[in-house]
Design a protein around this ligand. Sequence first.
Ligand code: NDP
Length: 339
Amino acid sequence: MIQGVNRQWRLAVRPIGPIDQGLFRWIEEPIPAPATGGQILVRNLYLSIDPTQREWMMHDTYLPAIRIGDVMRSLAVGRVESSTHPSYARGDLVQGLFGWQDYALVDATIPGAATRLPPGMPITRALSTLGLTGLTAYFGLLDVGRVAAGETVVVSGAAGATGSVAGQIARIKQCRVIGIAGGAEKCAWLTREAGFTAAIDYKSEDVRARLRELCPNGVDVYFDNVGGRILDAALAELALRGRVVLCGAISSYGVTELPPGPKNYMNLILKRGRMEGFIIIDYVQRFGAAVQELSGWIAAGQIKDQVDVQEGLENAPQALRRLFSGENRGKQLVKIADP
Ligand code: NDP
């Protein structure tokens, strides 16, 4: 048994309004020991911070809501400290829903509970471009959006973890790519670093007017990370047989009253368009092949990725808040221990 304390953030109340530390309770417990029969003790190293965590705190989604008093649910990468499972040994790097805590006791007999990292894969990349956000961009754009060379693709949340990869894949597939992001600095990164054709600053520009200007033949694929007014503007500018990929709607996560439905959805009828949502976990069987292709693009310098690492378990609530204020620069992670 390892001596010491297991520091944890547990959910105290369901959020109304912005994320802050008061929504969580800081607990210190003895470090648990794995029981015989397939448990492993994981030392968490990096936490993935994701907008969907706010939804998990609120209500049932594709996963049940986090119960009040439970450790805050989070994807993480950690190192196996001790194991009673024959396939896991001390020192293995694994990924799973290990939560906002220093140590997680995991039943490794459950398929997918602790997935081993491929040898040599950097941890930060396993939680970003080669992890769920990169894979979401990949399948959302290629499978749901079905982009073709020469098309005009618009991505919202474009400077974020998912959006930035979606836009760059569209560029690799020889599309014109317009990114929508908050602020001049993010827009400059999109065009100068990530190779987007153009960028729209939704905080200072009229999105609909700029879309009309930049997409004179309409939007063939709109990859939506934000919902609300930006979705409505993109719907209005849809091209014939345009596709709207519903990836996320961060502008409505946590609002007390949902905005009225999009006004311009009738354009889907006029333009014979398609709007389709997806959840990345449905693609798990195809992750291996996608990671291979994404790795090739990274190695060839065709995808630039950004990770934004905050330090310390105590800062996990603030890191989650950053996603909603737009402070994050690329994939938001929290480092809680040295690998
Ligand atoms: P990001 O790295 O994109 O961070 C979130 C970004 O959202 C912020 O940086 C901010 O950028 C933007 N944002 C925040 N509030 C608003 C707002 N009110 N209006 C417009 N933009 C806003 O996060 P992820 O890449 O992890 O997630 C992006 C989206 O993808 C989310 O909606 C998420 O739920 C979804 N998702 C869906 C999955 C699926 O399976 N369908 C899987 C993973 C993610 P800015 O400064 O530009 O405003």
